[in-house]
Design a protein around this ligand. Structure first.
Ligand SMILES: NC(=O)C1=CN([C@@H]2O[C@H](COP(=O)(O)OP(=O)(O)OC[C@H]3O[C@@H](n4cnc5c(N)ncnc54)[C@H](OP(=O)(O)O)[C@@H]3O)[C@@H](O)[C@H]2O)[C@@H](O)CC1
Ligand SMILES: Nc1ncnc2c1ncn2[C@@H]1O[C@H](COP(=O)(O)OP(=O)(O)O)[C@@H](O)[C@H]1O
Ligand SMILES: [K+]
Length: 544
């Protein structure tokens, strides 16, 4: 599908499809509940053959409605099913009420308390259908305790397999954060709602992943997406295309990569572009050299490393295909960029924090402001503006991408970073995606916020997430210099003439994918130098 939705977008979509008469709320709920079962048995095929024991915890909203469908589906398969309900039947929505009543005709509904839920034998499966995308405040402590009481029942010693319906209860799917109570002393041990996500083995969501599913905070369980028939109405009939956060990689990464980057097309070295990478002084050139090598391996026709005069000898001893030039000041930067064959510039890695770097950044931004050339600002190029970020914001333009990690992001956007730490949306907390979008708007350029989940946003409101979680996890990418290589890959991709028509955010997203793919392909033991050398294999596998 390739789209990642917010809870509001999901609801808008659901409403639109129902208005179109394509499906009823009851029909959606039935498909949702059955879909959870299908995905559960796909993930745990051995359970499909047995008639085991399950507990379903149902909440007061439509998430609970899905739970009653799940209970009925399991009962019809011959399972022993216990249902606990937190809420009042008369307050349920019509759809959830009907599902409640349909279950009530088959089996008892127990009131959910930690005491009642803790009785009896440990089940094979526990379905958490307490709260889904409608959560607006931290979940009741009794619900959290009931969940754990089932997992920890004294009778039996097997691990209970926990399935989250739509999301682990208590998680805000727009941010991936768990809503916490004000009083931290009441959020310890099993009363800490984050523990539910930690114990979750599989989360089954509907139609499309939500933002929170793609961000690391939600937990490390796999997420399955089931089709509940909402594709009858195209997404952009409901939400403008730029409003939907895209998932990187999309469904067909190779085709996407070719379209966005133009890689694999013909041309000579000048049409493949010339990237200029600025590196630091004596003994500080490694980061810049790695970025330069990544740019060359990514397909820039030429790459020049610009270093201060005193570092020329050191760098000359390290370089062959990469050219070397002296760039000792902001004036040298401006002069170098008078050569318009230089089609992309990358600066930051190893450059040093201070006024000199700041001046070089401003020289690059001035030189590229109106001629379509691209600039990548990373590391020290960003930290040098910690005292005066607005100076950088003022000079940035749509052909710039900044690639901060969370620390660098906080230096430039301290107010946004602070709000990301607040988990309660009623206190103006922000998710990582929303914060990145606001940062990009402020900057007037593309922001690439790195991490396990890398979030990208641009000045037009477009956004994307590359989620290195679950089957795409590459923890070994957390190695010194990996970010320098990413900056170089972007410089390499954006240097290319055929990439001139692609939006910066798309090229940066392609770079993030190539970077992670190179790390996946190399495997554990990876060091940053290995990344550029792994790119040819990745390109071959993509059919270039
Ligand atoms: N949308 C779709 O496309 C589809 C949605 N489907 C399913 O519906 C789910 C969304 O349902 P939902 O909107 O009813 O919200 P849900 O997550 O059940 O929780 C809200 C309820 O909890 C209550 N409540 C909240 N916080 C509380 C607290 N701390 N303590 C106590 N109560 C609290 C809140 O009460 P209120 O805030 O109004 O007082 C309300 O009653 C979704 O996740 C998916 O599973 C599928 O069936 C098919 C397609
Ligand atoms: N656990 C992880 N899983 C996936 N990617 C990671 C992980 N840790 C780090 N990365 C990626 O590695 C890179 C690290 O960049 P950065 O923090 O700038 O490192 P450095 O400054 O050492 O180059 C980023 O692209 C980031 O997304
Ligand atoms: K849930």
């Amino acid at each position: 599908m390739g789209e990642i939705l917010t809870s509001a977008q999901m609801r808008a979509k659901e409403r639109r499809v129902m208005q179109a008469g394509e499906v009823t709320g009851l029909g959606l709920m039935e498909r949702a509940g059955q879909g959870v079962l299908d995905e559960t048995f796909r993930k745990f095929p051995d359970l499909d053959k047995c008639k085991a024991h399950a507990v379903v915890l149902c909440g007061p909203g439509n998430n609970g409605g899905d739970g009653f469908v799940i209970a009925r589906g399991l009962f019809e398969r011959g399972w022993k099913v216990e249902v606990f309900f937190w809420g009042k039947a008369e307050k349920l929505s019509d759809d959830a009420r009907q599902m409640h009543d349909a279950w009530a005709a088959l089996g008892p509904i127990h009131s959910m308390t930690p005491q009642s839920a803790g009785q009896g034998e440990r089940p094979t499966l526990l379905f958490d259908a307490m709260f889904g995308i409608g959560i607006s405040r931290p979940i009741p402590i009794e619900c959290a305790l009931s969940f754990h009481a089932v997992c920890d029942r004294a009778s039996g010693d097997k691990k209970v397999i926990c399935i989250a319906v739509d999301c682990p209860s208590g998680v805000d799917v727009d941010t991936g954060a768990t809503l916490l109570r004000d009083d931290p002393s009441r959020a310890n041990g099993d009363t800490d709602p984050r523990k539910i996500a930690e114990r979750t083995d599989l989360c089954v969501t509907f139609h499309a992943p939500k933002l929170g599913h793609c961000l690391a905070e939600l937990g490390r369980h796999p997420v399955a997406v089931v089709d509940i028939g909402l594709d009858a109405v195209p997404a952009d009939a409901v939400i403008p295309p730029d409003g939907v956060t895209r998932s990187i990689p999309p469904v067909a990464p190779e085709t996407w990569l070719k379209e966005v980057t133009g890689l694999g097309r013909g041309g000579h070295k000048y049409t493949r572009g010339h990237a200029l990478i600025l590196a630091g002084g004596v003994g500080k050139g490694g980061a810049g050299r790695m970025a330069a090598r990544a740019a060359l391996r990514t397909g820039a026709g030429l790459v020049t490393l610009g270093v201060p005069s005193e570092a020329l000898a050191e760098n000359a001893a390290h370089l062959n295909a990469i050219m070397l030039t002296e760039i000792s000041s902001a004036k040298d930067v401006s002069q170098a960029l008078e050569d318009t064959r230089l089609s992309s510039v990358c600066l930051g890695p190893g450059l040093g924090v201070g006024m000199e770097t700041r001046d070089r950044v401003l020289a690059v931004l001035r030189a590229t402001a109106s001629d379509g050339r691209r600039a990548v600002l990373d590391a020290d190029a960003l930290s040098s503006f910690a005292d005066a970020p607005e100076v950088m914001f003022e000079a940035c333009h749509e052909n710039v991408v900044i690639t901060p990690h969370e620390g660098e992001f906080a230096r430039l956007f301290p107010d946004l970073a602070e709000k990301v730490r607040i988990s309660d949306p009623s206190k103006q907390g922000l998710g990582k995606v929303e914060a990145t979008k606001l940062a990009a708007e402020r900057l007037g350029a593309t922001v690439l916020l790195k991490g396990e989940a890398t979030v990208l946003a641009d000045q037009r409101g477009a956004s994307a997430i590359h989620s290195a979680l679950h089957d795409r996890a590459v923890p070994w990418l957390g190695t010194a210099g990996a970010g320098d290589v990413l900056a170089g890959i972007i410089a390499g991709l954006t240097a290319h003439q055929v990439a001139a028509t692609s939006a910066m955010i798309d090229l940066a997203a392609a770079a993030v994918w190539l970077h992670a793919q190179a790390a996946r392909s190399f495997g554990p033991g990876l060091i940053a130098e290995d990344l550029p050398e792994q790119l040819p294999k990745v390109f071959r596998e993509c059919g270039f």
